[in-house]
Each structure stands twice: as structure tokens, then as C-alpha cells.
Design a protein around this ligand. Sequence first.
Ligand code: UDX
Length: 525
Amino acid sequence: MDSSQEESKLHVLMVSFPGQGHINPLLRLAKCLASKGLSITFTTTANVGKMLENSNKSITETTAIGSGDLRFEFFSDGWEDDDPRRHDLGLLVPQIESSGRDFITRFITQHAQDHNRRPVSCIINNAFIPWVVDVATEHGIPSAVLWVQSIAVYSVYYHYFHKLASFPTPEDHHASTKIPGLPPLDFDEIPSFLHPSSPYVSLQNAILEQFKNLSKAFRVLVDSFDELEHEQIKIVSSNLPASITTTPLGQFHEQDLERSEIKCTRLLAPSSSNAEGAFEDNKTSTLSAPITPVGPLIKFSTGNEAVRADMWSAADECLTWLDSHPPSSVVYVSFGSVVSLSEEQLAEMAFGLLDAGVPFLWSFRPPFTKHESHSGLPEEFLEHVNHYKKKCLIVKWAPQDHVLAHPSVACFVTHCGWNSTLESLSSGVPVVAFPQWGDQVTDAKFLADVFGVGVRLVRSCEDLKNLSRGDVERCIREVTSGEKAEEMRKNALKWRKAAEDAVAPGGSSDRNVEAFVDEIKSLAR
Ligand code: UDX
């Protein structure tokens, strides 16, 4: 690259909420954009930054990726390293806002004034930090948002926030929900935070708050792809024309009523009873910027495998252990970065795995706090694991993307976080779905009934107390052997191919990423 190209590289600031399920997709997007010639600064809070640096020293330096580059800079959230308040989202979200606003403002100003640095041309943020868009707007900088869950789930929250559909109410807990482009969702298949009995009020607020700001961004990117969520993308996109994004709900022009969802607004809004009062100004809020699928981001082979952001060091032994097993023979078990099971659930899962009689690799993340114990696995089970090391491996953290891509993996027992869901589909691995809460229950429904790649061990958190080792064993057998397993494997391989095609040069997501980069360039002029 000559020096003029080097100088003209545009600088994008990417701001992540400090959680593994949020950092991973945003970092994948960062690498993808860097590979297209942008200069990226990736930031999140310093306490998580320390964890990332501990597991990967290379992130302390600027890394060249394709014709662009990527560097990290972290900001303090103002709390001591071991402050337990971080585990309460209701406290964490406002805390990050107050320190994050100062950091980003300073960052923008310094980069605008100092001739040795590149001014910020665009800001991209992910979930739970919608105020980033406001800071960008205050400085006249275009901003985009990366939605880190599925488009189906986006559509459900969107319909809830804008009161476009009916949802379960305190009077009718078991009502099902009908949303254009989605199969009918039973009460336990909508994201659980929307259920009237959900105890996670701060999570519901943090999620819905984002919808107030989505129209201020110039684009909402989604880690999904057209072939996977075609109907949902079509419907969500066709109802977000730029011409009506500034029209308050209830004041549509007649021509807008031709659009099915807007008709649906008129029909349903008076009788819907969701979140009454909680978001009073949502009637005057705008809708959303255009939605663009750019995934699966995991599949963009943007080189630089060295730049990973694992909060815990991934155990290298996983891959050599998998090498010692025949193709499609191992069950991989992981419940992501946040979920923790009770001792009873762990025991049922553990003995169910043994009873299934297949080799397994279990990623069992380290506890977050002193109060979260990891002594939960039964002694008898651990003795068995120690005795049969060839057949069972338990690690604290696995290089999950590589594990799922390994030919020895036959099946994934997953909590169905969206990253795990997408990684599984992109690797062609069928699943036993074990959702706990939030979007996981909707993802589980889609994995089993829409994508045809798995079975549900439980449907929702309400079922968790009934988890039995017999069910664990039965589901693993169902997904690993027999005719139905063969069908699921075929479907999973079909999704893997579709994912590969989406990110290949000229594929649907590749074109969207190229267009997004062009958009950043044209907005920066
Ligand atoms: C959270 C929410 O819980 C989830 O519902 C939402 O969809 C995204 O944010 P999390 O529970 O951590 O995410 O699950 P998931 O979305 O699956 O993300 C976990 C990430 O950690 C994945 O990218 C996975 O590859 C990675 N991981 C997990 C590892 O690299 N190693 C492991 O051992 C386990």
C-alpha cells in the first residue's frame, strides 16, 4: 500500500458491551471491516479488557488485517476489578453509560484535534449501549448498530416495542403471538424477557431501550444471512422504508397503509397490552434504520486468527483430543458465557451424557464470582471422567469455533445463544437445544422446527426443573443415530453450505458488507 492509501484509511470506532456473546460478533465484524481497508479501534470496559489480554497477548498491539488494521483501547467503568455490582445488569448498564460517554467523547475530540491521529469517521456499537448513537450524533459522526441476535428475535422485540402485535399478558399468560414472517410462537417461545412473569425487568428494559435509538443510526447490521432468515429480513426490511422512519406511529399516510405491517399497526395497537406505561414515549419514537444481514460473521475468513477475544484462555488440548476420535462421534457441550446450571441440573446433564455412551467434550466456564460454585459436578461423574480420559474431556473454555468445525463433532448440546446457534449452523453440526432464557428459547424453536437441525431437550426455563438424565440420553441418541439424525445432519450441512455461499465473494452478506463499507466512505466525504 502506498502512503496516500495509508493516510486515506478511514477510522471506525467500535464499542462493545462487555460480554463474550457481544464482543465476539462485534470483533468478527471489526476484522471483516479491517480486511476491507478500514482502520478499526475496538473498545470495551477495562476489566474485561484485562481478561482478553490475559488470554491473548497479541491484542495489546495494532494488527494489520488485509489492507486495514485493528487495535484495542479499553476504558474503566469506574469500579474495582472484583466489584460484584457488575453482575447486576440494572446497575452495570447506567454505570457503563456514565464512564463510556466520557471516554468516547474524549476519544473523538482527541482524534479530531491531533494531526498524528485519524479522526473518527463512523461509530458502531452493539447491544445494551444505545447512548453510543447519541454521542456519535452530538459530534456529527455517522453511526451504525450491530444487532447480535437473530432477525426473528429482532422482529419479536420490534413488534413488542412498537405495539404491533399481541403478547401474553398478566391475564392471559399462555397467549400465543403471531408476527408476519414468523411461525406462530407459543407463550414459551417468545424471548422470555417479554413474558409478564419474567423476573428480569432490567434485562427487558435494557433490550427495549435500544429500540428508541435505532432510527438515529444509518444502518442496523445483523449477524445473520439472507438464506437463513429470508422471510424475516424481507418483512422487517419492507416495513422500514426511509420515508416513514421519521413518522410517529399512528400518523401514517394512506400510502403507508398499503404496507402490511403498518396495517397491522392500526389493527392491533388499540388492543395490545404490552409494556403499557413502561415506554410511554415509544408512540412518538421513530422506527428503525434499514436492517442489513452481514453474517455469519464467524465465516468471514478475514485471516488473522491470532486476534481472538476470549475472556478465558481456550484449552489447546481440545483439538488434539478431537483428532483422536473418528468423524462424527463426539458430543460437544457448552452453555456459553453467562448461563449457570443448578447442581441438580448439572447432575442430570452429567449422568445423561454418560448414559448416552458417546465420547463428549464439555466446556465448563470458570465461575464469575465467589458465590458461583463449580463444585457442582457429582464426584462419581468426575471419577468416571478421570478414569476414561480417552472418552471424556472437561475444559474451562474451548476454542468453540474450531471445535464445531472439527469433523469428529457429531452433535452440540447448547443453550442456544445466538452466537452458538449460528456457529453450529455454519459448521453443519446438529444440536440438542437446552435453552434457558431470553432469545435462547426462540432460537431453540427455530433450530428444531424451522431450520430442522435439532431437538429441544427443554422448551424454556419453566421446564428446567424437570430435566432428567433419561431425556438427556434420549435426545443425544435422537440427534446422533437413526433416520431422524441423518435428516438433521443433511439439513445442517445444507446450512453450512448456505453460510459459506453468503460470505463468499459476491455472496449475499459479502455484497452487503461491501456496500456498507462504501456507505461509510460516502458519508465521510
Ligand atoms: C449472550 C446471551 O446469553 C445469548 O442469549 C445471546 O444470544 C447473546 O449474548 P452467551 O450466553 O454467552 O451470549 O452465548 P452465545 O451467544 O452462544 O455466545 C457465546 C460465545 O462464546 C460464542 O461465540 C462461543 O463460540 C464462545 N465460546 C463459548 C467459546 O469460545 N468457548 C467456550 O468454551 C464457550
